[in-house]
Design a protein around this ligand. Structure first.
Ligand SMILES: NC(=O)c1ccc[n+]([C@@H]2O[C@H](COP(=O)([O-])OP(=O)(O)OC[C@H]3O[C@@H](n4cnc5c(N)ncnc54)[C@H](OP(=O)(O)O)[C@@H]3O)[C@@H](O)[C@H]2O)c1
Length: 365
């Protein structure tokens, strides 16, 4: 039986604001698993914009600009989290990987000792497909920026792979979000998919998972990241924001339209993205890092028979599929850098700078 200390190291969010509200503690109480939970000794935890956006209160309707990483004016207490208000103190970190060291009374102890990839979406496991009964680890419940965390045993997915825990910590949120986007937009091998933000966590997952389905992928990314993006084998790579998107598409692919845009960027290039969708095209969105308020000409939507999908909560089956793709080596991690837990501020500063391709993680040892 592993020795479990009564206190642990943890980065704890104490309110909305700048980095000063995210504080390191080396004497935070170690959680105890309840009857349906497992206790995980965390080995690595990936970074996400949700951590930044929740700290700054970006999800609040009072904020209309792009994600910056700094505090915003006004009061975000009632709606600063991704699903409403956040209860503080809160340990963030939704992308955890670690080993199960103890279980609650209702959990089969054979999982003890196994390395697990944590599914971030919390559910009512008697009604798991009900979107209204879901939430997010690191927002509604404590996450993985700590030595230990507890989750329902159905969120702890044992995984067999030679990948390091740091590499594994790049997958959960980005790839489940990406697979959900592709499912909702019903992407198949007949599609040509345009992917803005293809150098980021979700974007690099989208390129790989859409390729996996046999779709033709067109990645959009900053010039400096094109060689990294090329390692994921998109059919074509375009600049982050081409002057004339239709013309750039023709130059690279011979055709000025696509059947689907899978977007996590939004902002002022939104209408350009919509304008290159062919008749009957699909637009699916899970993020708006360049800005949430966009301009839409409704005539483009209805005259071209477009379909829009807003996507956050994925079906419960997505996560087990993801684990299988990883175990089979069908998707690869894009680990840009890892920092020790104590350096979470530095890790997040690097993450906000966006000079990296893929994702950044913190490790616990
Ligand atoms: N709904 C959900 O469940 C869910 C899940 C995960 C993420 N998200 C959201 O999706 C968005 C992307 O997430 P991610 O993890 O892929 O982020 P990320 O790793 O930070 O990547 C975002 C990419 O967007 C590109 N980009 C284009 N315009 C930008 C701008 N104005 N500012 C910053 N970056 C810009 C950057 O690439 P270039 O420099 O190459 O252009 C960057 O690599 C975020 O808003 C995040 O909150 C939502």
């Amino acid at each position: 039986m592993a020795h479990i200390p009564q206190t642990m190291r943890a980065f704890v969010l104490h309110g909305h604001g700048d980095f000063d509200v995210l504080k390191f503690h080396d004497d935070w109480p170690t959680p105890n698993p309840s009857v349906d939970q497992v206790l995980i000794k965390v080995e690595a935890c990936g970074l996400n914009n949700t951590d930044i956006n929740t700290r700054t209160g970006w999800y609040s309707k009072s904020v209309t600009s792009a994600t910056t990483g700094g505090a915003y004016d006004g009061d975000q207490d009632s709606d600063g989290g991704w699903d409403g208000g956040i209860k503080f103190p809160r340990i963030q970190g939704g992308d955890a990987v670690g080993r199960v060291v103890a279980v609650g009374d209702n959990v089969n102890p054979s999982i003890i000792g196994k390395r697990v990839l944590v599914d971030t979406i919390t559910r009512d496991w008697d009604d798991p497909a009900n979107l209204e009964k879901t939430d997010y680890l690191g927002s509604a419940l404590d996450g993985g920026f700590a030595d230990y965390m507890v989750v329902d045993h159905r969120n702890a997915n044992p995984i067999e792979t030679n990948l390091t825990s740091a590499e594994l910590a790049t997958f959960a949120i980005a790839y489940s979000t990406a697979e959900n986007l592709l499912n909702r937009a019903q992407i198949t091998s007949r599609d040509t998919v345009l992917i803005p933000g293809a150098s980021g966590g979700v974007g690099s997952a989208l390129v790989q998972l859409a390729n996996r389905r046999g779709a033709k992928t067109i990645a959009m990314a900053s010039e400096a990241k094109h060689s990294d993006v090329a390692t994921m084998n998109p059919m074509a790579i375009l600049p982050r924001q081409p002057e004339n998107l239709g013309k750039s598409l023709i130059e690279k692919t011979g055709k000025g339209t696509v059947s689907a845009v899978i977007d996590i960027v939004g902002g002022d290039q939104f209408s350009n993205l919509i304008n290159v969708l062919e008749r009957g095209g699909r637009y699916a969105c899970s993020g708006a890092i360049a800005g949430p308020i966009v301009e839409l000409d409704l005539r483009t939507l209805y005259l071209h028979d477009l379909t829009f999908h807003g996507c956050t909560i994925f079906e419960p089956k997505v996560f087990p599929y993801l684990v299988r793709y990883i175990e089979a080596g069908e998707i690869k991690p894009m680990l840009a850098a890892s920092f020790p837990l104590e350096k979470l501020h530095d890790a997040q500063r690097a993450f906000i700078e966006k000079k990296h391709t893929g994702n950044i993680v913190v490790t616990m040892d």
